[in-house]
Write a protein of this length. Structure first.
Length: 202
Protein backbone atom coordinates (compact mmCIF):
# COMPACT_ATOMS: atom_id res chain seq x y z
CA UNK A 1 0.00 0.00 0.00
CA UNK A 2 1.39 3.40 -1.01
CA UNK A 3 1.30 6.14 1.61
CA UNK A 4 0.90 8.69 -1.15
CA UNK A 5 -2.82 8.18 -1.68
CA UNK A 6 -5.50 10.72 -0.93
CA UNK A 7 -9.21 9.99 -1.24
CA UNK A 8 -11.35 12.86 -2.51
CA UNK A 9 -15.01 12.65 -1.53
CA UNK A 10 -18.02 14.67 -2.53
CA UNK A 11 -20.09 15.88 0.45
CA UNK A 12 -23.77 16.21 -0.38
CA UNK A 13 -25.46 12.99 -1.42
CA UNK A 14 -22.39 10.99 -0.34
CA UNK A 15 -21.92 11.88 3.35
CA UNK A 16 -24.81 14.23 4.15
CA UNK A 17 -28.24 14.87 2.61
CA UNK A 18 -28.55 17.51 -0.10
CA UNK A 19 -28.72 20.86 1.70
CA UNK A 20 -30.85 22.58 -0.93
CA UNK A 21 -33.39 19.74 -0.98
CA UNK A 22 -33.68 19.94 2.82
CA UNK A 23 -34.15 23.72 2.57
CA UNK A 24 -36.69 23.28 -0.23
CA UNK A 25 -38.77 21.08 2.06
CA UNK A 26 -38.35 23.38 5.08
CA UNK A 27 -39.24 26.52 3.13
CA UNK A 28 -41.99 24.98 1.00
CA UNK A 29 -40.29 26.14 -2.23
CA UNK A 30 -40.22 23.09 -4.55
CA UNK A 31 -38.02 24.82 -7.19
CA UNK A 32 -35.08 24.71 -4.76
CA UNK A 33 -34.98 20.91 -5.03
CA UNK A 34 -32.88 21.28 -8.18
CA UNK A 35 -29.24 20.20 -7.60
CA UNK A 36 -26.07 19.36 -9.56
CA UNK A 37 -27.65 15.96 -10.20
CA UNK A 38 -30.13 17.83 -12.44
CA UNK A 39 -28.13 20.83 -13.66
CA UNK A 40 -24.52 20.31 -14.80
CA UNK A 41 -23.84 24.09 -15.00
CA UNK A 42 -23.14 25.06 -11.38
CA UNK A 43 -22.96 28.82 -12.00
CA UNK A 44 -26.33 28.77 -13.74
CA UNK A 45 -27.80 26.70 -10.89
CA UNK A 46 -26.50 29.03 -8.15
CA UNK A 47 -27.63 32.24 -9.90
CA UNK A 48 -31.08 30.69 -10.26
CA UNK A 49 -31.15 29.69 -6.57
CA UNK A 50 -30.09 33.16 -5.40
CA UNK A 51 -32.85 34.68 -7.51
CA UNK A 52 -35.43 32.48 -5.79
CA UNK A 53 -34.06 33.36 -2.33
CA UNK A 54 -34.28 37.07 -3.17
CA UNK A 55 -37.84 36.74 -4.46
CA UNK A 56 -38.88 35.08 -1.18
CA UNK A 57 -36.84 37.38 1.09
CA UNK A 58 -34.82 34.48 2.49
CA UNK A 59 -31.30 35.01 3.83
CA UNK A 60 -28.35 33.05 5.15
CA UNK A 61 -29.81 32.58 8.65
CA UNK A 62 -32.92 30.92 7.16
CA UNK A 63 -30.78 28.31 5.40
CA UNK A 64 -28.47 27.85 8.40
CA UNK A 65 -31.50 27.11 10.62
CA UNK A 66 -32.35 24.19 8.33
CA UNK A 67 -28.72 22.99 8.11
CA UNK A 68 -28.48 22.90 11.94
CA UNK A 69 -31.11 20.13 11.90
CA UNK A 70 -29.44 18.01 9.18
CA UNK A 71 -27.68 14.83 10.31
CA UNK A 72 -25.05 12.93 8.29
CA UNK A 73 -26.41 10.02 6.27
CA UNK A 74 -26.71 6.82 8.35
CA UNK A 75 -23.29 5.15 8.44
CA UNK A 76 -21.44 8.13 6.95
CA UNK A 77 -19.39 9.04 10.02
CA UNK A 78 -18.33 5.42 10.67
CA UNK A 79 -17.35 5.10 7.00
CA UNK A 80 -15.35 8.33 7.13
CA UNK A 81 -13.68 7.39 10.43
CA UNK A 82 -12.52 4.04 9.06
CA UNK A 83 -11.40 5.61 5.79
CA UNK A 84 -9.36 8.28 7.61
CA UNK A 85 -7.78 5.61 9.81
CA UNK A 86 -6.70 3.84 6.61
CA UNK A 87 -5.52 6.68 4.38
CA UNK A 88 -5.67 10.46 3.85
CA UNK A 89 -9.06 11.83 2.87
CA UNK A 90 -10.37 15.25 1.89
CA UNK A 91 -13.89 16.41 1.10
CA UNK A 92 -14.19 18.43 -2.11
CA UNK A 93 -17.52 20.19 -2.31
CA UNK A 94 -19.26 22.99 -4.17
CA UNK A 95 -21.03 23.97 -0.96
CA UNK A 96 -20.03 27.00 1.11
CA UNK A 97 -18.11 27.46 4.35
CA UNK A 98 -21.13 29.24 5.87
CA UNK A 99 -23.27 26.13 5.22
CA UNK A 100 -20.84 23.36 6.03
CA UNK A 101 -19.51 24.05 9.53
CA UNK A 102 -22.25 22.29 11.58
CA UNK A 103 -22.05 19.30 9.23
CA UNK A 104 -18.27 19.08 9.58
CA UNK A 105 -18.66 19.06 13.38
CA UNK A 106 -21.06 16.10 13.13
CA UNK A 107 -18.59 14.27 10.86
CA UNK A 108 -15.65 14.77 13.24
CA UNK A 109 -14.06 17.78 11.52
CA UNK A 110 -12.66 16.24 8.32
CA UNK A 111 -10.77 18.51 5.93
CA UNK A 112 -13.18 20.33 3.62
CA UNK A 113 -12.27 22.39 0.57
CA UNK A 114 -15.27 24.36 -0.68
CA UNK A 115 -16.50 27.83 -1.70
CA UNK A 116 -17.68 30.93 0.17
CA UNK A 117 -20.85 33.00 0.09
CA UNK A 118 -20.93 36.77 -0.16
CA UNK A 119 -23.41 38.00 2.42
CA UNK A 120 -24.83 41.53 2.56
CA UNK A 121 -25.08 43.42 5.89
CA UNK A 122 -28.82 42.58 6.04
CA UNK A 123 -28.03 38.85 5.93
CA UNK A 124 -29.16 38.34 2.35
CA UNK A 125 -26.86 36.28 0.14
CA UNK A 126 -25.59 38.69 -2.48
CA UNK A 127 -23.29 36.35 -4.37
CA UNK A 128 -20.68 33.66 -3.99
CA UNK A 129 -16.97 33.17 -4.51
CA UNK A 130 -15.87 30.01 -6.29
CA UNK A 131 -12.46 28.92 -5.01
CA UNK A 132 -11.24 27.99 -8.50
CA UNK A 133 -12.90 27.03 -11.78
CA UNK A 134 -13.85 23.32 -11.92
CA UNK A 135 -12.79 23.19 -8.29
CA UNK A 136 -12.99 19.42 -7.79
CA UNK A 137 -11.04 18.53 -10.93
CA UNK A 138 -8.58 21.39 -10.37
CA UNK A 139 -7.94 20.25 -6.79
CA UNK A 140 -7.39 16.63 -7.80
CA UNK A 141 -4.90 17.75 -10.47
CA UNK A 142 -3.14 19.96 -7.91
CA UNK A 143 -2.86 17.07 -5.44
CA UNK A 144 -1.44 14.90 -8.22
CA UNK A 145 1.06 17.63 -9.11
CA UNK A 146 2.55 17.42 -5.59
CA UNK A 147 2.95 13.66 -5.70
CA UNK A 148 -0.35 12.17 -4.53
CA UNK A 149 -2.35 9.41 -6.21
CA UNK A 150 -6.02 10.33 -5.98
CA UNK A 151 -9.07 8.13 -5.57
CA UNK A 152 -12.35 9.99 -6.02
CA UNK A 153 -16.00 9.38 -5.29
CA UNK A 154 -19.16 11.36 -5.90
CA UNK A 155 -22.76 11.23 -7.06
CA UNK A 156 -23.28 14.16 -9.45
CA UNK A 157 -22.29 15.60 -12.81
CA UNK A 158 -19.79 17.94 -11.16
CA UNK A 159 -17.95 14.93 -9.67
CA UNK A 160 -17.26 13.18 -12.98
CA UNK A 161 -14.13 15.23 -13.77
CA UNK A 162 -12.34 14.36 -10.54
CA UNK A 163 -13.49 10.74 -10.73
CA UNK A 164 -12.16 10.28 -14.27
CA UNK A 165 -8.88 12.10 -13.53
CA UNK A 166 -8.08 9.84 -10.56
CA UNK A 167 -6.31 6.47 -10.52
CA UNK A 168 -9.61 4.98 -9.29
CA UNK A 169 -13.03 6.57 -9.15
CA UNK A 170 -16.49 5.55 -8.02
CA UNK A 171 -20.09 6.69 -8.17
CA UNK A 172 -21.99 6.48 -4.89
CA UNK A 173 -25.80 6.62 -4.67
CA UNK A 174 -25.90 8.44 -7.98
CA UNK A 175 -28.88 8.87 -10.32
CA UNK A 176 -29.97 6.19 -12.78
CA UNK A 177 -29.14 8.57 -15.63
CA UNK A 178 -25.57 9.30 -14.48
CA UNK A 179 -24.90 5.58 -13.86
CA UNK A 180 -26.35 4.73 -17.28
CA UNK A 181 -24.28 7.45 -18.99
CA UNK A 182 -21.06 6.21 -17.31
CA UNK A 183 -21.25 2.41 -17.49
CA UNK A 184 -17.48 2.03 -17.00
CA UNK A 185 -17.55 3.63 -13.53
CA UNK A 186 -18.19 1.28 -10.60
CA UNK A 187 -21.35 2.42 -8.81
CA UNK A 188 -22.14 1.59 -5.18
CA UNK A 189 -25.09 2.05 -2.84
CA UNK A 190 -23.59 0.85 0.49
CA UNK A 191 -20.69 2.34 2.46
CA UNK A 192 -19.19 -1.10 3.13
CA UNK A 193 -18.95 -1.78 -0.61
CA UNK A 194 -17.48 1.65 -1.30
CA UNK A 195 -14.92 1.26 1.49
CA UNK A 196 -13.89 -2.17 0.17
CA UNK A 197 -13.45 -0.74 -3.34
CA UNK A 198 -11.35 2.17 -2.04
CA UNK A 199 -9.17 -0.16 0.03
CA UNK A 200 -8.68 -2.40 -3.01
CA UNK A 201 -7.62 0.65 -5.06
CA UNK A 202 -5.05 1.75 -2.47
Amino acid sequence: MSDLNIVCLDLEGVLVPEIWIAFSEASGIPELRRTTRDEPDYDKLMRWRLGILKDHGLGLKDIQATIAKIEPLPGAKDFLDELRATTQAVILSDTFTQFAKPLMEKLGWPTLLCNALEVAPDGMISGYKIRIAESKLSTVKALQSVGFDTIACGDSYNDLGMIRASKAGFLFRSTEQIVKDNPDLPAFEAYDDLLAAIKAAL
